[in-house]
Write a new protein. Structure first.
Length: 124
């Protein structure tokens, strides 16, 4: 999914950016480092958030592979609340705390969503 998103984003970038940089004497590596990657902030942030959420919510694979209780991720640990008696207050408090890292990660990358290709310098 991430490769597809990057492909679609880079495919839609205007060729005039690369051509202008090449005319100014930039090498391929300089075009990539100074033109393409600074513009790609929104897609990098999008893929990072999607991958983070996928890893954060992983359940089945860690349940099957990790045997040590100290190393199990949060979603697997949530099942321990259901073993004896269902304490819904504790479960809701636990889930509220679990959402804090996701919110912090999203808020850290939110600025990249606001930026757009309009800041790239092409007018018209």
């Amino acid at each position: 999914m991430g490769i597809f998103l990057f492909y679609q984003y880079f495919r839609d970038l205007p060729d005039e950016l690369v051509e202008a940089a090449r005319i100014d004497g930039a090498s391929i590596l300089q075009v990539y480092a100074r033109i393409i990657m600074p513009i790609a902030g929104p897609i990098v942030a999008t893929v990072a958030i999607l991958k983070f959420l996928g890893m954060w919510n992983a359940y089945l694979w860690p349940l099957m592979t990790i045997r040590s209780e100290e190393l199990r991720p949060i979603m697997v640990g949530l099942q321990y609340f259901f073993q004896l008696d269902t304490a819904w207050g504790e479960i809701m408090a636990y889930l509220s705390i679990v959402t804090i890292p996701v919110l912090i990660f999203y808020l850290a990358l939110q600025r990249a969503f606001i930026e757009s290709i309009a800041t790239s310098g092409i007018k018209g």
